[in-house]
Design a protein around this ligand. Structure first.
Ligand code: KDG
Length: 339
């Protein structure tokens, strides 16, 4: 028929016009496949947040983007996935800031114990000038940081005895994140710290390679640490955030419209995740008690003592990360407190 040659001509014509145009910058929304991986499992608020992110992005791109989600360190631990982002082999990961100090050492200020009193203070500082200043240190390392999500206040579990005083820390072998502040702060308390990736923690606890670990309540429950840990001490010793990372190699291919969709989705899903995590932490405390964990408080007096003991470590790292930056953090916290 007459129709077919006409169609062919049109297709060929489009092709010609297409090649005549400059290859970049990308316009509109392209078809893209995105690999997003995290260390925690699908049930954890972080997993739910990642699923929410997928749903938002796929909807806003009219299905042109497909987000493939990988949970429980299927693509590797925080460090491995972050390296994959730098190399352009993976598009998204959401690690704790703690193991990222090898890339941007200043993230270590969030490893200082007892900085925030509640999650709202953390939100204000992370979403404010200081948090944004730190995100801007990422692009020179091949990473784009779009938002902070909540990991939360960390609490100590172990299989030996309740930790209710600073003296109770002595002699315990505790898994820590791969981070010098954590390692040295625990050393100061007389702990034998054993840094390792999160994906190895359960079996290290089960085989008694370590006596304990520390993580937010939602993580302790969703990873069933209660099955291999008897004692839970509500130390709330540090608030470590998650940071939503995108590969810069990927980011640089995106149109402005795509960048906006991605950024908005990371923030919106992050708000959802924070809220979910706060609710889950309350539920997890009840669930962990019900499942047989012996829970104790860690009093404000003991916290003060711990702070005194750890102070030389904090002073040392304040110099290393920049005293101005540390001061800015405390100033911003005080501002939120209205002081
Ligand atoms: O997905 C995040 C996890 O990989 C990890 O960052 C969790 O806080 C964590 C830990 O203890 O390693």
């Amino acid at each position: 028929s007459l129709l077919i040659p006409g169609l062919l001509f049109m297709v060929a014509g489009c092709g010609l016009i297409g090649t005549a145009q400059p290859a970049s910058p990308a316009k509109g929304i392209q078809v893209r496949m995105i690999k997003a991986g995290i260390g925690l499992n699908e049930d954890h608020p972080q997993g739910q947040g990642l699923k929410k992110f997928k749903e938002i992005v796929e909807r806003k791109t009219g299905g042109k983007w497909k987000v493939q989600t990988y949970f429980s360190a299927q693509l590797g631990d925080d460090l491995k996935m972050t390296e994959a982002l730098k190399g352009g082999l993976q598009e998204i990961t959401i690690p704790s800031t703690s193991p990222l100090v090898g890339t941007v050492k200043e993230f270590g200020i969030f490893d200082f114990p007892f900085v925030f009193n509640d999650p709202k203070e953390a939100d204000a500082v992370l979403d404010g000038p200081l948090g944004q200043k730190l995100l801007q240190k990422l692009p020179q390392h091949g990473l784009i940081g779009l938002a902070y999500w909540e990991n939360g206040f960390r609490n100590l579990t172990n299989s030996k005895h309740p930790v209710a005083t600073v003296a109770d820390f002595r002699g315990l072998k505790i898994r820590t994140m791969q981070n010098e502040v954590h390692i040295n702060a625990f050393k100061a308390l007389g702990v034998n710290p054993t840094p390792m990736a999160f994906s190895e923690v359960f079996s290290a606890l089960e085989s008694k390679t370590v006596d304990g670990q520390e993580n937010p309540l939602a993580t302790i429950e969703s990873n069933k640490f209660n099955e291999v840990q008897k004692y839970l001490s509500l130390t709330n010793h540090v608030y470590t955030p998650f940071v939503f990372l995108v590969s810069k190699k990927f980011w640089d291919q995106l149109s402005d419209e795509e960048k906006k969709i991605l950024t908005d989705a990371a923030i919106e899903a992050g708000k959802y995740e924070r809220e979910l995590n706060r609710q889950q932490n309350k539920k997890s405390l009840e669930n962990l008690k019900r499942k047989g964990m012996q829970v104790n408080e860690f009093s404000p007096e003991e916290k003060k003592k711990a702070q005194e003991i750890i102070k030389p470590v904090i002073d040392k790292y304040s110099k290393e990360f920049g005293e101005d930056l540390v001061k800015q953090m405390y100033d911003e916290v005080n501002k939120v407190r209205g002081q």
